[in-house]
Design a binder for this molecule. Structure first.
Ligand code: ADP
Ligand code: ZN
Ligand code: ZN
Length: 738
């Protein structure tokens, strides 16, 4: 019989599989796709995933090496997930091995057994009592026993320090036969009656209609866009759909944007359900991630909540997928495998025949377009649940108004009134630091980053100039590096400066800054939130961190200091992002009894998109923006791919892209592909970044199929272009920033 050839996906950027011989002593029957093997690779040993077993190889037999070890008797990767990864690699034109590396928990990639850690559980023996005479002179042991007795399910070893239990005391109790231990794979299901730990809210008419419509599609693929204004009770609809899913014996997968998975969100799920919740986000460690992943796979987690990459969590009995805030940019991965978790979730729902709900107060234009085209059911929630009122918008024309650290006179007045009425004000400014640049008033020198085509931001508190693009840090010069004069002035305002100025303008009220810098310390955000939630009048100033997830019931005035960036930008998605941000920030206001007010400072007070947004609302804006996109042939009315390249020497990246361009043109001819345009190459919007010169080539197709045929045929050429060795390049399918 000929030797069996194993075709493996290896963690390598090369878009091909690698052939090996089966390890010596392994019977063919256990070699199933999805199993991991340890193999020699160059001088290293690495872990690969078996994709197929064949009997032929293009590699000469004497060059084939045997795999060293089979790591799994059962493939850790269920077929459905392997299928999703295959689709992902194909669609994003990415190496399957590297795709699997992004999809799998780190420990599995490293060859760790695909088994849940055995955990030691401490339990009292029958009849153990704290007045046991043997403990009369051992107060610490008595305390420890008392603590354990309060946990009828036993105390997990990993919780000892959390519960402040002393390990030595427990060991002594074990010797005295008052405690015993057990090793358990996982905490057993806690079930005291139904799935609900808390009664559900009676749904209002709109919520009920949405809920019924989605529920009617349970059991098969159906995509629904739940477009509900902030506070309209989308989460309540999700929760009731999840309950429905659990009752059917199935699991729910909930994806949340990176910034939203705070304790608040989690608490809502935990309070509602008697269910095992697996968490997968950037703060869980590798071991916890693997345990959560395995629990989901084995059907021992009922609800899986996580950020982008949780999309790749296998589910034994999947019943429902929810994508909260589906418009959020954090669903798109911007490095390596540049996938969009929302788009892949739709593919997954389709492959596994599941209902999927995309929720947002400000749906992406793509999703709205899909809903209009009848591909998604569109369910609108227009009223705030619990009777809160929608905010009113005011465009404040600042063309001829003097600004004081970005704040106009009329805005100051409105803020004062609000504070004096005992309410809170939120000031939104999407720029961190003190000032976006430092300027020499004598010669015009600017604090340019030495490595980027960008200015360094002044961070006064740390007395630093920082580049927000490459991380370069310098001390601000005392004298102008160019003319040696001392008249260096910060220009423009970031959150630090706004905070400083607002503290002077409103000395009687606390001014709280919320941005990445002020919340980087653990627990800082919780402290800020608890101050805000006390409800006393104050000013919150911050970046888009303020726009997401948090509820500020006492905020009745929202000020947007500068909305113009979104209207001026060269990126065609900028207005959409601006509108989403404004609506999301506005959604923080007027949640309780009072309607909130939103003041938008702008130089373009009559811009049609801004007028549409503030007078007719987000959907009217979206209509208008979509018709502009249609007229310009931009997504979602066409499809894009972006080939990016960067190099140390100027011109190299563009040379490489020129070569790639010629190849693409030739292929389009050969394959007879129509409706594809090659735009570029052009320098990237910020040409130099972190010391590299960057350029890009945009490929636009009126239909997806020919575009992807071209990309598929093109990439093998691109990989071998003479220039490809001196540049760093990547292909971004459906890029979201151009
Ligand atoms: P969203 O997710 O759309 O922002 P939430 O689900 O967070 O909205 O709901 C906003 C507020 O309204 C919450 O305090 C929630 O408890 C409350 N709420 C939601 N649905 C109802 C309902 N049917 N009846 C009363 N209050 C509700
Ligand atoms: Zn100067
Ligand atoms: Zn820089």
């Amino acid at each position: 019989m000929p030797d069996l050839i194993l075709r493996l996906a290896l963690p390598s950027p090369l878009r091909r599989l690698f052939d090996y011989l089966a390890p010596a002593d392994v019977p063919p029957s256990v070699l199933q796709p999805g199993a991991r093997l340890r193999v020699p690779f160059g001088r290293r040993e690495i872990v690969g995933v078996l994709v197929e077993v064949t009997q032929q190889s293009d590699v000469p037999p004497d060059k084939l090496k045997p795999a060293l070890e089979l790591l799994d008797s059962e493939p850790p990767l269920p077929p459905a997930l392997l299928k999703l990864c295959l689709w992902t690699a194909q669609y994003y034109q990415h190496s399957l091995g590297d795709t699997l590396s992004w999809a799998l928990p780190t420990l599995l990639r490293q060859g760790e057994p695909a088994e849940v850690r055995q955990e030691r559980i401490w339990l009292p023996v029958e009849g153990a009592r704290i007045d046991d005479p043997r403990l009369s002179r051992a107060p610490r042991q008595r305390e420890a026993l008392k603590a354990v007795l309060q946990h009828p399910q036993g105390v997990r070893h990993s919780l000892l320090s959390t519960l402040q239990l002393n390990r030595d005391s427990l060991e002594l109790l074990l010797e005295k036969n008052l405690l015993r231990t057990e090793t358990r794979r996982r905490a057993p299901r806690v079930h005291n009656g139904g799935w609900l730990a808390q009664p559900e809210l009676p749904l209002n008419a709109e919520q009920r209609a949405a809920y019924e419509a989605i529920r009617a599609g349970f059991g098969s693929f159906q995509a629904s866009l739940l477009a509900g204004v902030t506070g309209s009770g989308k989460t309540e609809v999700y929760l009731q759909l999840i309950r429905e899913t659990l009752e059917a014996g199935k699991q729910a997968l909930v994806l949340i944007p990176e910034i939203n998975l705070g304790p608040q969100t989690l608490a809502r799920f935990e309070q509602r359900f008697n269910a095992r919740i697996a968490l997968l986000h950037s703060n869980v460690n590798d071991r916890e991630r693997l345990d959560a992943w395995l629990a989901a796979r084995d059907g021992e987690a009922d609800i899986v909540i996580g950020t982008r990459s949780a999309l790749f969590t296998p589910l034994k009995n999947p019943g429902l997928i929810i994508i909260d805030e589906e418009h959020d940019a954090s669903y798109k991965q911007q490095e390596g495998l540049r996938y969009h978790a929302r788009d892949l979730a739709l593919v997954r729902a389709h492959q596994e025949n599941l209902p999927i709900v995309l929720g947002s107060a400000t749906p992406s234009l793509e999703s709205l377009h899909n809903a209009e085209a009848g591909r998604y059911g569109l369910l609108k929630l227009t009223q705030r649940a619990g009777g809160a009122q929608a905010p009113r918008f005011l465009r404040l024309d600042i063309k001829s108004l003097p600004l004081d650290s970005g704040i106009s006179g009329p805005l100051q007045q409105a803020m004062r009134q609000t504070l004096e009425a005992g309410q809170q004000v939120l000031v939104f400014l999407n720029r961190r630091g003190f000032a976006p640049t430092l300027l020499c008033h004598d010669c015009g020198w600017l604090s340019q980053c030495p490595r980027c085509d960008a200015r360094m931001t002044l961070h006064q508190r740390h007395n630093e100039l920082r580049c927000h693009h490459c991380g370069h840090v310098e001390r601000p010069p005392r004298n102008c590096p160019s003319c040696n004069h001392v008249d260096l002035r910060p220009v423009g305002a970031g959150t630090e400066r706004a905070e400083e100025r607002l503290s002077i303008l409103f000395p009687d009220y606390p001014v709280l800054r919320i941005d990445r810098d002020s919340t980087s310390r653990k627990g800082a955000i919780e402290e800020l939130l608890s101050t805000i939630n006390r409800g006393e009048p104050c000013v919150l100033v911050g970046t888009q961190m303020l726009a997401k997830g948090h509820h500020f019931p006492r905020v009745t005035l929202v000020a947007i200091l500068d909305a113009d960036g979104g209207l001026f930008s060269a990126d065609f998605r900028a207005p959409e992002r601006m509108a989403q941000l404004i609506v999301q920030v506005a959604g923080r206001a007027g949640r309780a009894e009072e309607a909130g007010k939103v003041i938008i400072q702008t130089h373009l007070a009559e811009h049609p998109l801004l007028v549409q947004l503030t007078e007719q609302g987000y959907f009217a804006f979206a209509e208008q923006a979509l018709s502009e996109r249609r007229a310009a042939g931009l997504p979602p009315f066409s499809h894009l791919a972006l080939l990016r390249a960067e190099a140390h020497k100027p011109g190299q990246a563009e040379d490489f892209l020129d070569q790639a361009y010629l190849q693409a043109e030739q292929l389009m001819d050969e394959l007879g592909l129509q409706g594809i345009e090659l735009l570029g190459p052009v320098p990237a919007p910020m040409e130099r970044r972190a010391g590299r010169y960057r350029a890009q080539l945009l490929i636009q197709g009126s239909a997806r199929v020919p575009l992807h045929r071209l990309l598929h045929a093109w990439l093998p050429y691109v990989e071998t272009l003479p220039g490809s060795r001196s540049v760093r390049w990547s292909l971004d399918i459906d890029p979201i920033d151009l």
